[in-house]
Structure formats: structure tokens, C-alpha cells
Design a binder for this molecule. Structure first.
Ligand code: NAD
Length: 265
């Protein structure tokens, strides 16, 4: 088994990474930066997002494991004091691979189209003024949007930014994308639904820029400012992200513990 570690960069995460390397070497697990099969993220959810984007181009060949250094994360189920147990499980048993849907984002400009993946969500906002955009669903006009922005989230991202916007929590076994509004303006010209919309796997939506505007775009934690966007197509990716599970870590237990405060048994 080949692995690589992505740590948050703080002293505790670095120390845990060193500890993992020592334990792994003693248990016949190989450190391999070029061709890892397992990506261990040590830090928080942000670290796992970083690990995902670092190894995005090998997404079909790798599985992620999250170790959290603070509170339980949505993608991190191992605690700092459980490294020894984790290494022994990696060395001694086959994991259950759990696969979650991803969002595919295609940015169309005069120069062509670039494609990106998001694990949590894609976000679009206006930089200087409110965002003005037309939203099509399956190539038909759905609504004219004017407001702060739009968030298109994956099921596993539904508990992140999407939740703060009042979106529904979607179980990651449901292959879908959710479109949520950030502070839409409603009048006779611009009228939005107001509630979030869940698209199934075989549907797509286009966010079409309706004026010259600087846009702030984000795939998860990765931000960029663009003035050249014509349209953005969002759909459920044909790729999925894999997590290696050595013990149960159910989605609803995570939701309960993170948001309701009850301990997972
Ligand atoms: P960050 O470290 O400030 O993370 C923000 C919080 O989101 C953290 O508490 C993290 O644990 C949590 N989080 C991340 N993914 C999650 C998930 N799938 N389910 C539940 N909670 C999750 O910022 P970052 O490291 O740059 O992370 C970027 C993420 O922050 C984005 O993907 C977005 O979802 C989230 N975010 C949330 C808001 C909001 O809720 N108002 C605003 C901006 C970004």
C-alpha cells in the first residue's frame, strides 16, 4: 500500500505526519509521493479539500482518509490519538471504499472551455456589483438572477456553505447538485425561485453572465477573479471521490454530531 500525507502545515499536523511515517514504516506501508493509493489528510476539512485538489488528476486511482486535529470534521473521522490504530488497520485489512459525487464545472470564455471539479461546491459572486446572470436548466431559461451570488453544491458539500444558505442536506448516495441563492434581489425584471433546487445526475444548469462584470469564482477553497466568463455549465461529474473506511462513519451521525451536538456512539 502506497500513501502520501497532506498536512495543514501547523506544528501539530506536522508532528502527527512524522508520527504516521514512523508507524507506517514499521508496518510495511510505503510512502510514495508520485503514485500513492491512499491520501492521508491531517488537519481539518480545509486540509482534505486541499488534498483533493492536489490529487484531482488521479481521482480514480486514490482513496482519501481524514485525520482531524481539532473537532470532528465532515471528511475526517480519525482523531490525533488514534494514529496507531489507523496504521494497523491500513496494514491489516482491506478498507470499504465509499464513493461520493463531485460537481463538474465548465467555464466558457472566448478562448475556449476549461473544466474543474469541486468536492464541496462551486460559488459565483459579483466582484464590483451584484451578480447578473441567467440560469438555464437543461438548456431552457429557468430564471434571471440578480443578487450576491449562487452556490452549486455536491451532496457532501450540502452541509457546508449550502447549509448556511438554507439549502437542504442531501445524502451523498443521491447523485445530484443543489443550486442555492445568496441574497437574490426580486423585482419585475429579476425574479428567482427563492428556494434551493436539486438537480438529478442527468440534468445540467448553465449560469450565463448577462453583462460585462468581474466575477469571483470558487471551486471549494480555491478562488479566482475572472472578467472573461461567458457561461458556466454545472453538472454531476462522471468521476467520484473515494474515501477508505476502516470503520463506520455515517453521514447522518456526522450531521448529528456537528450540528446537534450529540455524541456519535
Ligand atoms: P474554512 O476553513 O473557513 O472552512 C469553513 C468551515 O466549513 C470549517 O468549519 C469547515 O470544517 C467547514 N466545512 C468544510 N467542508 C464542509 C462540509 N463538507 N460539511 C460541513 N462543513 C464543512 O474555509 P476553507 O478551508 O477555505 O474551506 C472552504 C469551505 O468553506 C468551502 O468549501 C465552503 O463550503 C465553506 N464556506 C462556508 C461559508 C458559509 O458557511 N457561510 C462561506 C464560505 C465558505
Amino acid at each position: 500500500m502506497n500513501y502520501v500525507i497532506v498536512d495543514r502545515g501547523d506544528p501539530l499536523s506536522k508532528q502527527l505526519a512524522e508520527q504516521f511515517h514512523t508507524l507506517a514504516a514499521a508496518n510495511g506501508i510505503h510512502r510514495n509521493e508520485e503514485a500513492p493509493e491512499i491520501i492521508i489528510s491531517i488537519g481539518g476539512d480545509g486540509t482534505l479539500l486541499q488534498a483533493f485538489h492536489t490529487y484531482c488528476d488521479r481521482i480514480e486511482d486514490v482513496a482519501f482518509i481524514g485525520v482531524h486535529t481539532g473537532h470532528l470534521g465532515f471528511y475526517a473521522d480519525w482523531k490525533a490519538d488514534e494514529l496507531e490504530e489507523l496504521v494497523q488497520m491500513i496494514a491489516g485489512q482491506e478498507p470499504r471504499i465509499v464513493r461520493y459525487p463531485l460537481a463538474q464545472i465548465e467555464l466558457e470564455t472566448k478562448e475556449g472551455t476549461s473544466t474543474h471539479l469541486a468536492l464541496n461546491e462551486f460559488t459565483i459572486k459579483g466582484v464590483d456589483n451584484t451578480l447578473v446572470a441567467q440560469i438555464n436548466i437543461n438548456d431552457e431559461l429557468f430564471e434571471m438572477f440578480r443578487g450576491d451570488g449562487i452556490v452549486v453544491s455536491t451532496p457532501s458539500g450540502s452541509t457546508a456553505y449550502n447549509k448556511s444558505l438554507g439549502g437542504a442536506l442531501i445524502h451523498p448516495s443521491i447523485e445530484s447538485l443543489q443550486i442555492a441563492e445568496i441574497a437574490s434581489i426580486n423585482n419585475r425584471v429579476y425574479r428567482t425561485l427563492g428556494s434551493s433546487v436539486v438537480l438529478p445526475q442527468h440534468h445540467h444548469c448553465d449560469i450565463i453572465s448577462r453583462k460585462e462584470q468581474r466575477l469571483q469564482l470558487a471551486c471549494d477553497h480555491l478562488n479566482m477573479t475572472r472578467s472573461d466568463i461567458i457561461a458556466i455549465r454545472c453538472r454531476v461529474s462522471e468521476h467520484k471521490v473515494s474515501f477508505a473506511r476502516y470503520r463506520p462513519f455515517t453521514f447522518w451521525n456526522r450531521v448529528r454530531e456537528a450540528f446537534l451536538g450529540y455524541d456519535v456512539q
